[in-house]
Design a protein around this ligand. Structure first.
Ligand code: P6P
Length: 340
């Protein structure tokens, strides 16, 4: 049977007039991300066949060993966004500072900035477990034509105009929102075409899956320990199921389809949490809220957190609204833990 759903290209054109600001730049931006994701997907899916496995031996600004595919994915997204002359600046987990993109023929232009984690969960690459790309798009706040500034990147998550992720799993999917719901597209690698396979994605209100690295239990704040005990006790619809892939995009994607909660809290080992606010938590939170879910730091919506630096870390609770609210009930008993 022929594939009925529209392609990503058709979808972007069909919906671009929804976006009041856009004279087509946002559509061109999304098209460039679509192209970069296809290129990265091709490389990820053959990683085992070429000498691209293993670490590149460098350490990134996060102090993490950079995997070769991390660097490759970063290069592809940087080059695509630069060459397509769409954005005035890009920030990446793999870059110490933001990158200024000059408009050809001198001068600085273009309305948007992009923040990205080009390959999240990359430590899973060598063991053939799914990884992902996360991106976040803002309108610049500094005057058009001027040099992009750090303030253009340090905007609250509420100000995002688009956000999405690519999950390089058993199939490659691009899931994104521009503030009008969440839609998922599956890549047909033979044709290089993305098809609308998951229209209007929604988090189930409740769920029975919790995703957290329980190996850190002894280091967790008491509110998280209490919530985990709640998930595990034999009461009502519990105990819940524990599922943790070690790849935010994959755990989030499964929980959005089946219902569930993902938590990366503060701990004595990670006093501010591990995930980065600007290019991991805010984009996933925009998607979560657009899909009827909730995303917080355990106390307040993550998209209301005031950014103060590019690679800022925050605790992250995201998923089915009833599960996140229940976890927040436990956290509320320990208000001091809200100051991370
Ligand atoms: P841990 C990957 O490095 C990541 O940023 C997320 O994708 C993932 O959920 C988490 O960190 C895994 O961290 O400490 O549990 O190995």
């Amino acid at each position: 049977m022929g594939i009925k759903s529209s392609t990503l290209g058709e979808f972007i054109i069909k919906n671009q007039n929804q976006f009041k600001y856009s004279e087509g730049e946002l559509s061109r931006l999304l098209n460039s991300i679509k192209l970069a994701a296809k290129v990265v997907s091709h490389e990820v899916n053959k990683a085992g066949l070429v000498d691209i496995l293993g670490s590149a031996g460098n350490i990134n600004v996060q102090g993490e060993t950079q995997q070769k595919l991390d660097i490759y994915a970063n290069d592809v997204f940087m080059r695509t966004l630069r060459n397509r002359q769409i954005v005035c600046g890009v920030a990446s987990e793999e870059e110490d500072d933001f990158i200024v993109i000059k408009k050809k023929h001198g001068g600085f232009d273009h309305k948007y900035v992009v923040l990205t984690d080009p390959l999240d969960g990359s430590s899973n690459i060598d063991v053939n477990v799914s990884v992902g790309t996360i991106f976040s798009v803002y309108r610049r706040v500094s005057p058009e034509g001027s040099l992009v500034t750090k303030e253009d990147f340090l905007q609250k998550g509420r100000e995002q105009v688009a956000a999405g992720y690519v999950v390089y799993g058993t199939s490659t999917m691009l899931v994104y929102t521009t503030g009008y719901g969440v839609n998922g597209f599956t890549l047909n690698p033979a044709l290089g075409v993305w098809y609308l396979s998951h229209p209007n994605m929604k988090f189930p209100k409740g769920g029975k899956i919790y995703s957290i690295n329980e190996g850190n239990y002894v280091h967790f704040p008491q509110g998280v320990k209490d919530y985990l005990k709640y998930c595990q006790e034999e009461e009502e619809d519990r105990p819940y199921t524990s599922r943790y892939i070690g790849s935010l995009v994959s755990d989030f994607h499964r929980n959005m389809i089946k219902g569930g909660i993902y938590i990366y809290p503060t701990s004595t080992k990670a006093p501010k949490g591990k995930l980065r606010l600007l290019y991991e938590c805010n984009p996933m939170a925009f998607i979560a809220e657009q899909a009827g879910g909730r995303a917080s730091d355990g106390y307040k919506c993550i998209m209301d957190v005031e950014p103060n630096e590019l690679h800022q870390r925050v605790p992250f609770f995201v998923g089915s609204v009833e599960m996140v609210e229940k976890a927040e009930e436990f956290m509320a008993k320990y208000p001091n833990d809200a100051n991370y």
